[in-house]
Write a protein that binds this ligand. Sequence first.
Ligand code: ZN
Length: 408
Amino acid sequence: MTPARRLVAALLVALLAGQSAPVLAQQRAPGARPADNTDEGGIWAAMDKAEIDARASADVNRDPQLNAYVKGVFCKLAPEYCGDVRIYVMDRPYYNAAMAPNGYMEVWSGTLLRARSEDELAFVLGHEVTHYAENHSLQTWRAMKNRAAAFLGVQVGAALLGAAAARSAGTAEGARAALDTAEGVSNVIYLGTIASLFRFSRDNETEADRLGMQRAVSAGYAADTGVGMFKALQAETKASQFFRVRNSERRLNIFGSHPLTAERLKQMETLAPMATPDDPADRRAYRARIRPHLAAWIRDDMRRKDFGQSLHLLDQLAADGEDAGILGFYKGEAYRLRRETGDLERARAAYQAASAHPDAPVQTWRELGEAHRKAGDKAAARGAFTTYLERAPQAEDRWLVEATLAKL
Ligand SMILES: [Zn+2]
C-alpha cells in the first residue's frame, strides 16, 4: 500500500470509529534502530535478550546450506530488510514461524517439512516480514498499554513487558520439555512461542497474509499458495488422532495467536481466485533442499505422538513418489508405535514396501525382521535380520539381533 493510500485508509477507519486523532501505521525504515529511551527501544532490548537465548538453544539448525537457502528466499521477498533480519531455523516439529520486532525471526522445521515448494516457504516468510515492516508488534504493544492505562495506570505496561521478557527467556526450555510429553505439547508450545508475546490483532494477521502474498507474487511466486497451504493445514488437523486437536484449528496452526485457518483461507481465496498450474519440478527442487534433514525432522514429528497427523504428513510427502524408502520406513514406525488393532500388519507391509527402495534406512530390515517374527513368519524374519547384519556389520545392536536369530 502506498503511503497516500495508507493515509486515506487510516483516516477512513478513524472517521468510522468516530475518533479525532488517527494513529497512522508507519512502515519501518530499513536499518533503523529505535532509541533506548522509547517504548520501542524497550521492546527491542527485551527481544535482544530472547534472541541471545534462542541462539544458544540446542534446537538451532546449524546447517549452513539450509540457513543460506532460507535467508536467500527471505531476501528475494524483502531485499530492503535483508540486512536487518536474522533467521534461526529451529528443529522443532510444529508449523510455526515468528518474527520479533528487533529483526530476529524463527522458522521451525515443522514448517519447512510441510511446505511443498519454495512458494509456501515464501508465503510464510512474506507473512512474517510484514509483521516486521508494518510495526505490528509496536501497534499491539501500544494498544495493550493504552488499555492497561485506562484501568490501572501506565506502570502495568512496564510490568507486562517484564513478564513478556521473562516468558520469552523460558521459551526454548518450555518447548523442549513439551516435546517430551504429548500432553504438554498443546499447552506449553503455543503459549511459549515468542509470537504469543505479541498477540497480533486479526487485522494485523490478515494484513500480514495479504501483504505477504503481494511480496511473494512480486518475487515471482504463485498467488494461490496461501489457499493450498491453509487447506493442507486443515486436512492435517482433521487427520489428528486426538479429538481436541481435530476440533480446534488453532492447535496445529502456526502461532497460537493467528486467526483461525478458515478465516485466513477465505481471504486468500478472495485474493487469488485463480489456481496457478502445478509444477512438479518446483516440488522436486524444494525436496532436494530439505532432503538432508528429512529423516531427522520426521523422527522429531513422531515425538509429538500424534500418529494420525504423522501418517497424513508422510502420505503428503510421498505424493510424488520421491524418498519412498525413508518415508516407507517411517510409515512403518508410525504404525509400530501407534499399536492399534491391525497396526502390526500395516507396519510389516510398510517396511516391506520400503525395503524395495535404495534409500531405505538400514533399520528397515531390523524392524521388518521384528515384524515378521511377531507375525510368526520365522523364515521371513531370518531373511530380514540376516540382510540387516549384512548391511550394517558394525551395528551396535548386532549381538542382540544375532541372539534373536539364534532363537528363530
Ligand atoms: Zn502472523
